[in-house]
Design a protein around this ligand. Structure first.
Ligand code: ZN
Length: 412
């Protein structure tokens, strides 16, 4: 593979100040911005959209293979991946679900992401993040994880034949399905602390020199710009699927770190700038668990940034994210789109998970949280009868079942 930078990629900017990251010629991997107080804020990739629109009026998608994630190559920062790397990534299955549509009196659609090679939508972000980092000179990747992101990072490191991804997990994760999956995909797993924040602090201490040199890249959520670009393809896929008809009125997204929420909205903005957005963009709705709902809390209080909370735990590991480094942007997306944020009770998430199982829908706890949110928002009247609503089911049921047996409804 000859990875190369997309010639339409223009520059990297700070997500908080909008300042261009200085002298970044993509010769070394990008981390957090240098303009905000340490450790800095996430940076975002911007493209020369005017040039892209003019040059590629008929064939705007780019020169890459027509299958998988890189059919969106024009709006991805790195080119040159082969089919073995990503042909099986970014092939969502959209389903209009008649039974749930009748039950909820909605025009209800599911976006099922469980068919990804590592079993979850994390593959989108890590496929792009790791290829982009490698194109900028990274030789190895690391991250703290308590779930599917670590698995995906290990899988794509292996697909690039890089040294195994260095994965830091909380002590209690020893022997978990995530630990075993990471090792299966060639990762090197280390354990520290009681939660992902403690594991991450230890990782940055242990690896300070290599991280500073830029050969080792911290691929944590929003710590580099590639994962956001990969998650953006969810929005590109939604637009492509609904393109000939109207876009959904609302998208309900299970929100942990929020890369997908921000990414989907970035996709709509870029398509709009290219005159390729088919209609009005949907209201974006974030769902979290009542056990850990910092974004919901900040949204309700009208804050400009998300303040960390102390998690009380949730069966949905992907929602157990007590802080949000990109919280300012997540809140902006919810407000700008006319959306909202809702916290589902643990019992509602478990009940929705079981309902999905009974319907034969292969959904994770995180995916089930979107169904729980749809029920609640119908009951509260935010969602009106007949509205077209898309529920993002981010992973298959398998990890959820392997991780823990579902607690009795009403438990926790
Ligand atoms: Zn900054």
């Amino acid at each position: 593979m000859e990875l190369r930078i997309n010639p339409y990629l223009d520059r990297l900017v700070c997500s908080a100040t909008g300042q261009t990251v200085p002298h970044h010629e993509f010769h070394r991997p990008a981390g957090l911005c240098p303009c905000c107080p340490p450790p800095g804020k996430p940076v975002e990739a911007l493209y020369r959209l005017d040039a892209l629109r003019d040059d590629r009026a008929g064939d705007w998608r780019g020169p890459e293979a027509a299958v998988g994630l890189w059919r969106h190559a024009a709006l991805l920062p790195v080119w040159g991946v082969d089919d073995a790397y990503a042909a099986d990534v970014g092939r969502p299955v959209f389903v209009r679900h008649e039974a749930l549509a009748r039950e909820l009196e909605l025009d209800l659609h599911l976006m099922n992401e469980g068919g990804h090679p590592s079993g979850s939508f994390k593959d989108r972000g890590l496929a792009v993040g790791i290829a982009f980092g490698a194109a900028c000179g990274a030789r190895r990747f690391c991250l703290p994880t308590q779930g599917n992101a670590g698995v995906a990072a290990c899988l794509f490191s292996s697909r690039l034949a890089l040294p195994g991804c260095l994965v830091y997990m909380p002590e209690a994760w020893r022997g978990s399905i995530y630990h075993r999956e990471c090792e299966f995909f060639g990762g090197e797993v280390r354990f520290h602390g009681a939660n992902i924040a403690a594991a991450g602090r230890r990782m940055r201490e242990d690896l300070r020199d290599e991280l500073a040199a830029g050969t080792l890249v911290d691929i944590s959520t929003f710590f580099e710009p590639g994962r956001l670009e990969g998650k953006k393809t969810m929005g590109l896929d939604i637009a492509a699927h609904f393109g000939s008809r109207a876009l959904p009125d609302a998208v309900i997204y299970p929100t942990g770190g929020g890369t997908g929420l921000v990414g989907i909205w970035k996709a709509f903005a870029e398509l709009n700038a290219l005159d390729r957005l088919p209609g009005r963009p949907p209201a974006m709705i974030a769902v979290q668990s009542e056990g850990c709902a910092p974004v919901v809390e900040a949204f309700r209080r009208g804050l400009a940034a998300v303040e960390p909370v102390v998690s009380r735990g949730t069966v949905a590991d992907g929602l157990d994210v007590p802080g949000a480094i990109m919280g300012h942007r997540m809140l902006g997306v919810l407000r700008e789109s006319g959306g909202t944020a809702v916290a589902a009770a643990e019992a509602e998430i478990v009940a929705a998970f079981r309902r999905y199982g009974a319907l034969g829908v292969a959904a994770s706890y995180e995916g089930a949280a979107t169904l729980a949110a749809a029920r609640r928002l119908r009951a509260e009247g935010f969602l009106k009868p007949g509205m077209k609503v898309l529920l993002v089911n981010t992973a298959s049921h398998l990890v959820s079942l392997a991780r823990s047996s579902p607690p009795a409804a009403g438990a926790r």
